[in-house]
Design a protein. Structure first.
Length: 230
């Protein structure tokens, strides 16, 4: 895995230069990319999103948002249409980062609390909530919303495919058959129950989605507007 991760990181560095050139944006997104790669791989391997990455990343995201704002528009709208004043650009960037962090973390925290209330067990760790606070500080409201949307969609599709694959491959067949002989249910039903309980790391999919938003977002917008104006 180590050489693959190093190769992936190098490819993202090239992609960042191709998208943003030698600019302040490049520095911001390279820093963000390194943080996300660490979190994505760590969550995939050990199901952990370390605070030692999330919290310094959150602070760094706010710092970068002051000098390279996300131009999200949420802070500008609040300043002009609610408070009737336009603060400095660096302040708008900071507020956009805080809004993105609050939206991402509180949304996931609310979903986790609702899931626990309904299913009476944890379905999401607080590491995912902290990770989205960090991502939101970099991306702002719009980018954070897209990250959660793409991440959960990607996780649902891949998770469904993994569950079907485990069931079709006969995963835990022996355990299910032993349980069936004890009249705990049919072997097929027990196998499906075991496969459906298999947990995938949400943080990994959120990290992949965040990188897609950064690197494919500008390209998609470029081709979209090209198609509109030609």
């Amino acid at each position: 895995m180590y050489p693959l991760v190093e190769l992936l990181t190098g490819l993202f560095f090239v992609a960042c230069y191709a998208d943003f050139g030698l600019t302040q944006q490049t520095v911001k997104w390279l820093f963000f990319t390194c943080l996300v790669i660490v979190l994505t791989i760590t969550d995939l391997r050990v199901r952990l999103l370390p605070d030692v990455v999330n919290w310094p990343g959150f602070v760094a995201g706010l710092f970068f948002s002051m000098w390279v704002p996300s131009n999200d528009g949420a802070a500008f709208w609040l300043s002009v249409y609610v408070f009737h004043r336009k603060p400095p650009v660096y302040f708008l960037g900071l507020i956009d980062g805080l809004i993105g962090a609050a939206f991402g973390s509180l949304l996931l925290w609310g979903v986790a609390a609702l899931y626990k209330a309904v299913r009476h067990r944890d379905g999401m760790g607080m590491g995912d909530v902290k990770m989205m606070a960090m991502v939101g500080a970099f991306l702002g409201l719009r980018g954070t919303f897209l990250t959660i949307l793409l991440g959960t969609l990607l996780g649902s599709v891949v998770g469904g495919a993994v569950i079907l694959g485990l069931y079709a491959s006969g995963w835990q067949r022996a355990l299910a058959e032993r349980a069936s002989r004890r009249n705990l249910g049919s072997a097929a039903g027990l196998r499906w129950m075991l496969a459906s309980q298999y947990q995938l790391p949400l943080g990994t999919f959120l990290g992949i989605a965040a990188l897609l938003v950064i690197y494919l977002g500008p390209l998609a917008l470029r081709y979209l507007f090209k198609g509109i104006f030609i």
